[in-house]
Design a protein around this ligand. Structure first.
Ligand code: ATP
Ligand code: MG
Length: 259
């Protein structure tokens, strides 16, 4: 059965989507069958792999609403072995519509159930909130990967995310674990970046990835070309960082889960 990883942090702009797209693409490049699920009404993960909002025939919202099966909503991307379920702004309506449903936190998990066996990894890109949408992602996930921007106030809000994970472990998703914490947009020349890195590592020594994602302009350019960094500029620092992350991720999973 495929492992489902939610990329979550309710803080905005910390590198969730960049990580979902590029970790997903690098895992696919390492020959793991990977499904990227864009679970943010902003639709940035979809456009990041070349699926423009207007071109989305079946979105993740249609899947949640039961109008189409997950399998029928899956589209290929420019990266071999990387598939996508796209999102568009209509997903925002789910936030309100799901409230009245029984089992409302488990709609995504149940919707994805018939495709999890088709993949090695399913990567969920979450919106910047602890909304019902994010709770659905955390209930569909086996693990949570938390990107942390190497900036001032980086750890602000993290306690609430960790409390939410603990709360879910006690009730709705007992098996949920933390996959890892990833320092993003790091600038080695900047004291503050180094301080944040030290702080994250001292708080979460076992969880923090050795790999750090450095600030790299090529990473911020690639979404506008609708392609992950490895197909935009394989020689860039961003491509090297995300490939190193994918290898570290796989290595951890090999030792932890006997992949
Ligand atoms: N390592 C990096 N180097 C340079 N720019 C980056 C890097 N990582 C992300 N960015 C840029 O920073 C911005 C925010 O990144 P991203 O969209 O991945 O964050 P997010 O957490 O998904 O945001 P949101 O909370 O809005 O969903 C984007 O413009 C992205 O291109
Ligand atoms: Mg995002």
């Amino acid at each position: 059965m495929g492992k489902t990883i939610a990329i979550a942090n309710q803080k905005g702009g910390v590198g969730k989507t960049t990580t979902a797209v590029n970790l997903g693409a690098c895992l696919a490049a390492l020959h793991f069958r990977t499904l990227l699920v864009d679970f943010d009404p902003q639709g940035n993960a979809s456009s990041g792999v070349g699926c423009e909002r207007d071109a989305v025939e079946h979105s993740v919202y249609d899947v949640l609403a039961g109008r189409v099966s997950a399998r029928d909503a899956i589209v290929g991307t420019t990266v071999p072995m990387l598939d996508l379920i796209a999102a568009k702004t209509d997903l925002a309506a789910a936030e309100i519509e799901l409230v009245g449903e029984d089992n409302r936190e488990h709609i995504l998990r149940d919707s994805l159930a018939d495709v999890v066996d088709d993949y090695d990894f399913i990567v969920l890109d979450c919106p910047p909130s602890l909304s019902l949408i994010t709770l659905n992602a955390l209930c569909a996930a086996n693990t949570v990967l938390i990107p942390i921007q190497a900036e001032y106030y980086a750890l602000e809000g993290l306690a609430r995310l960790l409390e939410t994970i603990e709360m879910l472990k006690k009730s709705l998703n007992p098996g949920l674990r933390i996959e890892g914490m990833l320092i993003t947009m790091h600038d080695a020349r900047n004291n503050l970046s180094r301080q944040v890195e030290d702080e994250v590592r001292s708080h979460f020594p076992a969880h923090t990835y050795q790999t750090v994602i450095q600030r790299n302009v090529r990473l911020s350019e690639s979404p506008s070309h609708g392609t992950p960094i490895i197909t935009y500029d394989i020689d860039s620092r961003g491509a090297r960082n995300y490939m190193a992350l994918a290898k570290e991720f796989v290595e951890r999973n090999r030792t932890e889960e006997g992949l």
